[in-house]
Design a protein around this ligand. Structure first.
Ligand code: PLP
Length: 418
């Protein structure tokens, strides 16, 4: 991230930006996103591969358009994400669809759009896909999502590849699907998919999962099942806490995948989310007040859990620092938002230079699962989002107005019977 001495991002002065656009404000560095994409693409050079950004990490269409401009497709988990991706110009042949609960309506929309691939997570979904594709007179391309039963060594709420998790099917079950593949007249089942979890900070879990996937691919090949693609999911971790989190190097990660799947002649698909956007984004927020309690000092910010849910949802750590130089003595705070929940806490017992009301602060690594998870709880309008690049900025989401916040709501004036 190009936040040299923490007052500029991509050559844009953050104090001036916050003064102009207000806070809380999400700021995304376009150059940082491009660098992340390029680090993967460089390591993939010469392979038949496609990176499909996991839209749920940051679904802003401005961000998606930037992905598209760099040749990156989309990994979607809903019809809403399909719509956003296509609105951002991502072609359907660069879109894969994951998720355990795709509704019939969503499957139909994705079939009609002609997406690249469905990552199928249950036998019922497979049969539904067959039936709907048949009824539309089309053939769905599909991969089976394998649950490899490995521990991704991450927070339990973002672990997805253990047998006890709701995602994917066992290799035993997938084997039965392939054996019965000829019965599927309108599903071309010729891919494997695996995604073991998120915020993974070591290569071990990947190696373990890919070893099982590779063994299965070889077994299928020996049985005459040629696979068109293996999708290795996402999950690459990022640094939330300087000096504490040590993300794996992108080139090492790609090398690990290439080594595990050496000899595979189909296409490799990747679904990074957090890795591409997490560290590229910050949340700017102002101190509203400092409250000296009986036992603790509270620094109350104008950002809250509705803007950035990760700390309250996953006990996630985010580095938080004043923007610009602040040479005041170190003080220890609980850093909280204004929402009426004790869980509305960004950090407990965090030491910062003493802050005063009106000070601008930066919550680091907020570009992933930040704005995309936000809500209007406590009737707090959604924060603005802005992209910065080469000394300039572009607003990619206007701060929500109260009128927008209640759009679609109405008084119960007109009662009807069904
Ligand atoms: C969430 C998700 C991803 C992205 O995960 P990150 O940890 O953000 O890289 C990729 N694939 C699937 C199927 C997902 O559900």
């Amino acid at each position: 991230m190009t936040a040299s001495p923490h007052h500029q991002l991509d050559g844009v002065d953050l104090d001036a930006l916050a003064a102009r656009l207000g806070t809380p404000l999400y700021v995304y560095s376009a150059s940082a996103i491009r660098q992340r994409i390029q680090s993967l693409q460089a390591a993939l050079h010469g392979t038949d591969s496609l990176i499909c950004f996991a839209v749920k990490a940051n679904s802003n269409r401005g961000v998606l358009a930037l992905m598209h401009a760099q040749g990156v497709g989309a990994d979607i988990v809903s019809a809403g994400e399909l719509w956003r991706a296509m609105q951002a110009g991502i072609p359907p042949e660069h879109i894969v669809f994951s998720g355990v609960g795709k509704s019939e309506q969503e499957i139909v929309e994705a079939l009609d759009a002609g997406i690249l691939r469905f990552n199928v997570e249950s036998h019922d979904e497979l049969l539904t896909l067959q039936r709907l594709a048949q009824s539309r007179g089309t053939t769905a391309r599909a991969a089976v999502r394998i649950n490899p039963d490995v521990d991704a060594q991450t927070h339990e709420k973002i672990s997805t590849g253990k047998a006890e998790n709701k995602f994917g099917v066992s290799i035993d079950e997938a084997r039965r699907w392939f054996a019965a593949r000829h019965a599927l007249s309108h599903v071309q089942l010729d891919g494997l998919h695996v995604h073991i979890g998120s915020q993974i900070l070591s290569l071990g879990p990947y190696r373990e999962a890919l070893k099982r996937v590779a063994a299965f691919w070889r077994e299928l090949a020996a049985g005459g099942h040629v696979l068109a693609s293996i999708d290795v999911g996402g999950g690459l971790g990022v640094c939330y806490r300087e000096g504490h989190d040590h993300p794996v190097d992108a080139a090492d990660y790609i090398a690990t995948v290439r080594e595990a799947l050496a000899g595979f002649e189909g296409r490799l698909l990747f679904e990074p989310g957090r890795y591409l956007v997490g560290e590229a984004g910050v949340l700017l927020t102002r101190a509203i007040r400092v409250k000296h309690g009986e036992e603790r000092n509270f620094l109350v910010l104008d950002a809250a859990m509705n803007d950035l849910a990760r700390p309250s949802l996953y006990d996630a750590w985010h580095d938080i620092a004043p923007v610009g130089s602040n040479t005041h003595p170190a003080t220890t705070y609980d850093i909280v938002g204004p929402v009426c929940e004790t869980g509305d806490t960004f950090a407990r017992g965090r030491t910062l230079p003493a802050c005063s009301p009106g000070d601008l602060l930066m919550i680091h690594t907020a570009g992933a699962y930040g704005a995309s998870m936000s809500s209007t709880y406590n009737s707090r309008p959604l924060a603005a989002e802005v992209m910065v690049d080469d000394g300039r900025y572009a607003v990619v989401r206007q701060r929500q107005r109260f009128e927008d916040m209640v759009a679609g709501e109405q008084l119960a004036g007109h009662w009807e019977s069904v």
